[in-house]
Each structure stands twice: as C-alpha cells, then as structure tokens.
Design a protein around this ligand. Structure first.
Ligand code: FPP
Length: 254
C-alpha cells in the first residue's frame, strides 16, 4: 500500500514522498524534545508543554501500532533530568500515572504491551504502582511493545550490565570466552529486543543525550524541528518515509 502524506519534518517545507507498507522499522526510538519551548512560546509554564506532550504520545503509539512496528521506545525521563528544578521533576514523574489513567484503555484496545526500561525504584511510589499495573494488565498483548524509558541513562545501563556480567563471570555462570556483543546485550535493559532501526528526535536539537548508545550503533537518525506537543501521525509517517529512503549498509558496501 502507498500512502501519499506530505513530509513535514523540515519547517515550511512539504515534499510528497511515499510510505510503503512492508518495509517498516522493527524498533523506533523517540527523543520527545521541545515541550518546554512549546509552552514558553504560548506564555505558559513549562509544565503545560509536558502535559500537552501526552496527547502526542498517544497519537504516535496508535500510529506505530497501526504500521505494525514491533517496539517503540520513548525517552520519557533521563538519569540527567534530575538536574531540573524539583517542581518540574516532580511534575514529569507524575505524568506516567496521569497518562495511564487517561489512555490505558485505548492502549489496551490497540493490543499494546507496556514495559519500562531504566530504574523504576527511584520513581514516586504511586507512579511505580501505576506502571506495574499497566505492565501486568498488558502482558498478554502481542502487538506493539511500548517501552517507557524512565529514569533511564545509557551509561548507567551499561555500567549496571557490566557489573552483572562480571558477577556471573566470578560465579562461573559464564566463561570469558563466551563474552561477546551478543552476550553483553543480554545484560542490558533491552535484552531480547531488536536494536532501534530508526531514531526520531523532535525539537530541532541533534544529539543523543545518553539514549541507547550501545543499541544505536547502526540506527538511522531522523531529526525534526517540530516541537513534541505538535508532533502528529503525519510527522511520524514522514519519518517512516524518510527511513524507507535510506540505504542501510551496516559498514558494508550494500
Ligand atoms: C523534553 O522536552 C521532554 C521531557 C524531558 C519530558 C518528556 C515527557 C513527556 C513527553 C510526557 C510524558 C510521557 C509519558 C508517556 C508519560 P524539554 O522539556 O527538554 O523541552 P525544551 O527543550 O523545549 O525545554
């Protein structure tokens, strides 16, 4: 199937390209940037942008499920985001509960399975409970896997993985000869998942911000100037179309 959708990732520039069903990324990772600027542009407090970001989340989750993407990982709160003012941190960390309260029925209806990557233990207890309920009540769903990266940082994840792997080496559960890329990957939060094929970052910045550094060695990057609360299914499909035009060589010659 071909869908003619204007490609809107660059401001004021519309190019018609075509999304082809059947050449879909298995795993899409998204850095949802620009909430604060979205709010400030409207004379609103930054919180308003984070809250508005929730409606973009549900639009993108539904679009990804519809396109048969297997895994969608959303960078919701990083290990570095604790540096923000306390009221903003507290507000963002309550959003998953609010998001699930409003959208969990819709998410379930779309056969989505919710998972969390990152360290949940440092989150507010009520947020942990809401997330655990969502994980448990969607675990039988076999459509899109939605990973919420919460209190997640790639460097922290790798150090933690190394420590667990060293412990298994010391306990002789694995041998030094067995240690390779494949083996190391099994200690990461993303164990068993495909690496991201496509990274989308909204908000105009072009950096990785400590997100899935190991997993994104050969990921295709798509940067959009659109601020996250303005990101819709159209922009999502635009990024999918851009992905389909890329030639992936993984270091080879194609
Ligand atoms: C970055 O924008 C955004 C965040 C740190 C928070 C992202 C959270 C959400 C979109 C809502 C929570 C989602 C779920 C699924 C519960 P920024 O604040 O850095 O924006 P700025 O660069 O304009 O300041």
């Amino acid at each position: 199937m071909h869908m003619n959708i204007p490609f809107l990732t660059k401001k004021d520039e519309k190019v018609n390209v075509y999304y082809k069903e059947g050449h879909t990324p298995d795993h899409i990772a998204i850095i949802m940037d620009g909430n604060g600027r979205w709010a400030q542009k409207r004379g609103l407090p930054r919180f308003a942008g984070h809250k508005e970001g929730l409606s973009a989340v549900v639009k993108v989750v539904k679009a990804a499920a519809k396109c048969k993407v297997k895994v969608l990982t959303l960078y919701t709160f990083s290990t570095e985001n604790w540096k923000r003012p306390k009221p903003e941190v507290e507000f963002i960390l309550k959003l998953p509960k609010e998001f699930l309260h409003v959208y969990l029925p819709e998410i379930k209806a779309n056969n989505v399975r919710i998972e969390v990557i990152g360290n949940m233990e440092e989150l507010p207890v009520s947020t942990q409970e809401a997330l655990q309920y969502a994980i448990d009540s969607t675990k039988e769903n076999d459509g899109l896997q939605l990973n919420l990266a919460l209190n997640y940082g790639s460097k922290h994840e790798m150090i933690h993985a190394m420590k667990d792997m060293f412990a298994d080496l010391i306990d002789e559960k694995i041998s030094l000869d067995e240690v390779d890329e494949q083996q190391f990957s099994t200690y990461l939060d993303t164990a068993g998942m495909p690496n991201p094929d496509l990274l989308i970052r909204t908000g105009g910045e072009k950096r990785l911000s400590n997100f899935l550094l190991w997993q994104m060695a050969y990921t295709e990057f798509c940067f959009s100037d659109v601020l996250w609360p303005d990101f819709t299914e159209k922009e999502f499909m635009g990024a999918m179309e851009e992905y389909q035009l890329r030639k992936r060589r993984f270091g080879g010659i194609g």
